[in-house]
Design a protein around this ligand. Structure first.
Ligand code: IMP
Length: 185
């Protein structure tokens, strides 16, 4: 009997679909930065972005630095609306870097617009954002990712790094959660 997928309603993107799309994104990123004179820095948000990013970077055929940043705004299935981002001292200056934020999902857009604002203050040569999933109907901040893996409707999804109350991050696919399991511990 499976134990990791209790509470899962249906699979939206299988492991194979994710692998295929992420490899395309990696190729696109490689082409985009191949002739840049700057260093490439990929910044990921803990914890949700880790699974996507660890797959993505293995499809980027360029020298790059990878940094992990802590951000939080969610309680259960709702954004609290207050985004806390901690930028470490080693990112005080981003001169000489093309910065690519790599994130699991753009939902309200609050986290990514706040992160972009903070990073722009550190003067990177360029700044772009790649997200695996995009939920444009949920925006509360005018934010447009430069690269999107898949557009999804207003659904709460889990798996492939995305959690519900710290569970399901280890599922190898992206799935919709069953309503009866939301808000039930
Ligand atoms: P935003 O600031 O509302 O765009 O949300 C950013 C963060 O909320 C993401 O990095 C996720 O960690 C979390 N999040 C948003 N939508 C979902 C979802 O459908 N499932 C799980 N986490 C989500």
């Amino acid at each position: 009997m499976n134990k990791a997928d209790v509470g899962i309603k249906n699979v939206l993107f299988s492991r194979e679909q994710l692998t295929q799309r992420i490899s395309e994104m990696g190729r696109e990123i490689t082409e985009l930065y191949a002739s840049s004179p700057n260093k490439l820095l990929i910044i990921t948000l803990l914890k949700g972005g880790v699974v996507f990013t660890s797959d993505l970077i293995r499809h980027i055929d360029l020298e790059c630095r990878v940094e992990f940043i802590k951000a939080s705004s969610y309680a259960g299935t709702e954004s609290t609306g207050t985004v806390n981002i901690y930028l470490p001292r080693e990112l005080d200056s981003l001169e000489g870097y093309d910065v690519l934020i790599s994130e699991d999902i753009a939902d309200t857009g609050l986290t990514l617009s706040e992160l972009e604002k903070k990073l722009l203050e550190r003067k990177p040569e360029s700044l772009r954002t790649a997200v695996l999933l995009n939920k444009p109907s949920r925006r509360r901040s005018p934010f447009n990712p430069d690269m999107v893996g898949f557009e999804i409707p207003d659904l709460f999804v889990v798996g492939f790094g995305l959690d519900y109350c710290e569970k399901y991050r280890n599922l190898p696919y992206i799935a919709e959660m069953s309503e009866e399991y939301i808000n039930k511990e």
